[in-house]
Write a protein that binds this ligand. Structure first.
Ligand code: SAH
Length: 353
């Protein structure tokens, strides 16, 4: 019964919510094996065995939001805050470029210092120096006008996880924020022309299988170009310090189901997966993921960009990371692809530079 449901999902990219719930409620090791092989097959239809690389630059950890799970939340007074200067970011890009990276992801907390003028100046300078590189921003919720300005300044992609599509769970984790506004941002970004990334965490306290079905449904309807899925990892200086973790298997199941429902999406094997399990990123790739995001930030920035604790690779130099990841990917029979790695539907003709 469950395998037939997976076959139907493979063929039609969709199932009623009740059937998705049935799959989640009845998953076991055997079924997961089957599901992940199907997800791998589906990914190969669009992206073959290519795993695309993104260079991540965590350029500020100041944040005006107070998300209950995140170590960067404004109420966390224990964290050392930093904000990289433009020159430092350019240095990271330079290093990344020399290592072959053609996508840079600038991620940060919601740092009000980066008003539109400042952020635009940063973006324009980076884009001028590295015109053929795809530039991705991930700096939270902004106005439509702001997203438009940044797009016009040369930003190609934007990552903004919806975090959870369950309205009650969302409200309980985000004081002063709303799921409606998060969705508004994602729709604005898409309309403006960005390649857009949404995504969610797995294993949030109180999160049910019903909630996860809502995530799948939301993604199926939005059809984002990128979807970041990672396990929630408790941080000791947040209100969720004592929550339990170990949700790696459920995260892998969600990656595979997402691959079947949004088959052409770019799905990262997240650092959070690698943090909970030594081979978490490899397992994510085998379950249908096709992106890895090595960290190009300087070591002191990496250490202070503590969304959750015990993040892997924070003491490693990027040259080392590049080699390590390449070896890991080859070991499981996939290939590293250093090109921009645009979404299937975005070709050079509609791509702005
Ligand atoms: N301020 C930006 C970037 C947030 S950090 C934004 O709002 O998009 C990137 C992602 O890390 C978040 O979207 C969230 O899904 C994830 N994250 C935050 N805290 C986490 C935790 N404790 N465990 C796992 N993932 C976490």
């Amino acid at each position: 019964m469950i395998k037939e449901l997976i076959d139907t999902l493979f063929e039609f990219q969709n199932l009623p919510d009740g059937d998705l719930l049935y799959i989640l409620d009845n998953m076991d090791a055997n079924t997961f094996d089957y599901l992940s092989r199907k997800a791998d097959e589906k990914r190969r239809q669009f992206y073959d065995n290519q795993i695309y690389m993104r260079g991540l630059i965590e350029f500020t950890n100041f944040c005006q939001q107070d998300c209950a799970y995140c170590g960067l939340r404004k109420s966390n007074t224990k964290i050392t805050r930093y904000r990289m200067k433009l020159e430092q970011i350019l240095d990271c890009c330079e290093k990344g470029y020399d290592l072959g990276f053609r996508t840079f992801v600038l991620q940060g907390g919601e740092d009000p210092w980066f008003n539109d003028d400042r952020l635009e100046e940063y973006v324009r300078t980076i884009k001028n120096k590295f015109p053929e590189v795809a530039l991705t921003l991930s700096v939270g919720e902004r106005s439509r006008e702001s997203y438009k300005r940044l797009y016009d300044a040369g930003v190609n992609r934007y990552l903004l996880r919806h975090e959870t599509a369950s309205p009650s769970l969302y409200e309980s984790l985000h004081v002063g924020m709303s799921l409606e506004n998060r969705k508004r941002c994602l729709h604005d970004l898409k309309e403006i022309g960005y390649q857009v990334g949404a995504g969610f965490m797995v294993g949030l306290p109180g999160q049910t299988h019903e909630d996860l079905v809502m995530d799948l449904r939301f993604l199926y309807e939005l059809k984002p170009h990128m979807i970041g899925i990672g396990p929630f990892i408790p941080h000791s200086d947040t209100p969720l310090a004592n929550a339990t973790k170990n949700t790696i298997d459920l995260s892998l199941t969600m990656i595979s189901l997402t691959r079947l429902m949004v088959p052409d999406a770019l799905l990262p094997a997240t650092t959070a997966m690698g943090t909970l399990d030594r081979y978490g990123r490899e397992r994510a790739i085998k379950a249908g993921a096709n992106i890895v995001m090595p960290n190009l930030s300087p070591i002191d920035a990496k250490q202070n960009y503590e969304i959750y604790q015990n993040k892997i690779c924070v003491n490693d130099d990027v040259t080392h990371c590049r080699g390590c990841i390449e070896m890991r990917i080859k070991n499981i029979g996939y290939e590293v692809n250093m090109s921009r790695g645009d979404h299937y539907e975005f070709n050079k003709s509609n791509q702005q530079y």
